[in-house]
Design a protein around this ligand. Structure first.
Ligand code: FE2
Length: 283
């Protein structure tokens, strides 16, 4: 059974974005939030995570990020306002990037038939689940995510990445909902983020024209809404200036047949290859 109507599929092709209210139930969202609370309670910050954003450990932070493609790692907000005495979820930016393969609750959440069907409806033949993130956007300190498209960060040839963005709490303009530029996904990529020969990363500019952000449209989303984002659709979210958090979960998919470059930032170890929607049977 398709998840989308022909009209919705056409809208997605035309606009590069599709908003699907009530895709998940409140209970499904609560399950994911509860599981994240457990992970935070179990989390012991390691030496590499002295990331209350004093700027002198940039290399360590980059290494922590660059080796997170097949792990569950915790990333802090970049804010002077972080208060270490507060609960962790009020300091974190996100947890990523392999929750969907390493944690059984997240694996079950993403490997539901309705998500596999949605992937097929938006054009995937043989999707691989590349990256997942739990995003906190804490009240008052949740930062801006600047205008970007996802393809430059999760490059494939040909371009294939698409994002499933899930509102685990109501996302409003005040607490930093997504905004996008509908229809701009038909333009060529303007950047590519890649590893460089010195062990770091670089952003390569392919076209320095700014995005026409005056055409931006807010994507306010009630809890349970799923937003499909084409990998070349420009999107942005503002700082959270409200007293409410804005938790969200994202999953990024790529097409198995597309070439995945070795200098993409996100790499998996050989013993943890990318998987699709199939449920893994224990040995
Ligand atoms: Fe993005």
């Amino acid at each position: 059974m398709p998840q989308l109507t022909d009209t919705q599929i056409q809208d997605f092709e035309d606009q590069g974005v599709l908003v699907l209210p009530e895709f998940f139930t409140e209970d499904e969202c609560d399950t994911i939030q509860t599981r994240m609370t457990q992970l935070l309670n179990e989390y012991q910050p390691g030496e590499n995570e002295t990331v209350f954003s004093t700027t002198d450990n940039t290399h360590t932070q980059e290494d922590y990020f660059l080796t997170s493609g097949d792990k569950i790692r915790f990333f802090y907000e970049d804010s002077e306002a972080i208060d270490p005495s507060q609960p962790l979820e009020l300091s974190l930016n996100k947890v990523g990037h392999a929750l969907h393969d390493l944690d059984p609750v997240f694996s079950n959440f993403v490997r539901q038939p309705k998500l596999a069907q949605l992937a097929a409806d938006v054009g995937f033949t043989s999707p691989l689940l590349l990256q997942s993130m739990y995003i906190f956007k804490p009240p008052q300190i949740g930062g801006e995510v600047v205008w970007h498209t996802d393809h430059p960060f999760l490059w494939t040839d040909p371009p294939s990445v698409k994002g499933f963005w899930v509102a685990l709490e109501d996302a409003t303009i005040d607490n930093g909902c997504l905004w996008c530029l509908p229809g701009l996904h038909k333009e060529q990529p303007r950047q590519r983020f890649r590893r460089n020969s010195s062990g770091g990363t670089e952003m390569v500019t392919l076209n320095s024209d700014p995005f026409p952000t005056e055409k931006r449209v807010p994507l306010e989303a009630k809890k349970g809404t799923l937003v499909v984002l084409h990998g070349l659709l420009p999107h942005w979210s503002g700082p959270n200036t409200s007293s409410h958090s804005r938790h969200a979960f994202t999953l990024h998919l790529i097409e198995k047949s597309a070439k995945y470059p070795e200098d993409n930032w996100l790499q998996r170890s050989d013993d943890m290859p990318l998987r699709g929607f199939e449920i893994q049977v224990a040995d």
